[in-house]
Design a protein around this ligand. Structure first.
Ligand code: PLP
Length: 398
């Protein structure tokens, strides 16, 4: 597709991603979005956030509006440190950094460690925004396969050894989402976590553990985080308020050894993570039970997944396969013989959207798969969306 005049002046890395402003097909007014991983709007605690905004401004006055912010910037970090301890991560406050969403944490970690030509490993498939971040540092990205239990650590071990024997450069960093992975919804069992950490130690790479969904399990908590099992300080951990409070607050956090957090701080040139947002979220957490809210969210998402699962069984072709998440927002649907990029336009015309499997790989895989998200629509809409989608898919199966 030809670029507009101004797009031809973009830096080469941005030019390769630029799309003509015409963009994607128009959505129907009654479109059912099973595409993006948004929390459902009814989950946002509006009234409580209004009162916490007032409390933040009454108690901290102009300090909450100044560069650097007031006391709640420090207090929010301390609150996070306490919550991390509750999940087995014994860290000091100076090992935690609050960032503008966990996307910024991923970007800062990439900036700290990665340079042109470095080898980065990811789960194949993985969170597309992280792929874009690693690409922007001109790294070589390799997608390691997953099965129903997440990362295939046996495959990883063989791959690492083969590369070593071939004299290839060791990977510097592995970006992983062990809990309710985006996009597959899979969770890594504890024995694979142990093996993964042992491989990181043997082949000397950093693990960037993204735990955006770890607290949103349906029935029982996931295994311990890699960060809590790490005895060498090689796991840098990130998570976010986006899924447990609201994405609009744009607050996430990173946890690592002091050198890593200090290194990230030195690269953080944005004038500081929004102090007003930090004050609001701190006062929200102080005045309300975040744990109760999270328990309620778990029930909501479990119900929505139940609706999607039922509809997939009822409507999809018999050879279609989907993952069985135990938490989070996503399932990964694979339909043999159907190219999900080719069906996208028709799905949009039928009033349903999903994310094409290809978007989640650093290479050309994922053609017959798609990510479906059950966090945004209610059960009835999800069922209707899957019905619409199944009709499109069945036409393409011939
Ligand atoms: C795995 C994963 N990591 C990070 C993020 C980004 O979250 P944030 O809103 O904190 O930047 C998302 C959001 O979709 C995600 O799915």
């Amino acid at each position: 597709m030809s670029l507009s005049h101004i797009q031809t002046k973009f830096a080469s890395i941005s030019r390769s991603r630029a799309q003509h402003p015409e963009g994607r097909p128009r959505l129907r007014a009654d479109n059912i979005p099973l595409a993006y991983g948004y929390p459902f709007p009814g989950s946002f605690p509006i009234d409580q956030l209004i009162s916490s905004t007032s409390r933040a401004l009454e108690r901290e006055g102009t300090r909450a509006l100044q560069y650097g912010g007031g006391p709640s910037v420090r207090d929010l970090r301390a609150l996070l440190t306490r919550r991390l301890k509750g999940r087995g991560m014994n860290v000091a406050d100076h090992q935690v950094m609050v960032t503008t969403g966990s996307n910024q944490a991923i970007d800062l970690i990439a900036k700290l460690f990665l340079e042109k030509g470095d080898r980065v490993l990811v789960e194949g498939p993985t969170f597309f925004a992280a792929l874009r971040i690693f690409e922007s540092y001109e790294t070589e990205i390799y997608g390691m396969p997953l099965d129903s239990q997440g990362l295939d650590t046996d495959y990883l071990a063989e791959w690492l050894e083969k590369e070593r024997v071939a004299g290839k450069l060791s990977p510097k960093l592995f970006y992983a989402i062990p809990n309710y992975q985006n996009p597959t919804g899979t969770t890594l069992p504890v024995c694979r976590r142990e093996k993964f950490l042992a491989l990181a130690s043997e082949y000397d790479f950093i693990i960037l553990e993204d735990d955006a969904y770890g607290e949103l399990y349906f029935d029982s908590p996931p295994p311990p985080t890699l960060r809590s099992m790490d005895t060498e300080g090689r796991v840098v951990y990130t998570s976010t308020f986006s899924k447990i409070v609201a994405p609009g607050v744009r607050l996430g956090w990173a946890v690592g050894v002091p050198e890593v957090i200090a290194g990230m701080a030195a690269l953080k040139t944005d004038g500081g993570t929004g102090p007003l947002a930090q004050a609001i979220v701190y006062h929200y957490c102080e005045g309300n039970s975040l744990d109760e809210r999270i328990a309620w969210l778990r029930m909501q998402y479990r119900e929505r997944w139940g609706a999607m699962r039922e509809a997939l069984i009822d409507h999809m072709p018999h050879d279609a396969a989907f993952t069985e998440p135990q938490g989070g927002f996503f399932t990964w649907l694979t339909i043999p013989g159907v190219d999900t990029s080719a069906t996208y336009k028709e799905a949009v015309e039928s009033g349903v959207t999903y994310v094409e499997g290809r978007s989640f790989f650093p290479d050309d895989r994922g053609q017959e798969s798609m990510r479906l998200c059950f966090s945004y629509c209610d059960g009835a809409l999800i069922k209707e969306g899957i019905k619409r989608l199944a009709e499109v898919v069945k036409k393409h199966k011939g």
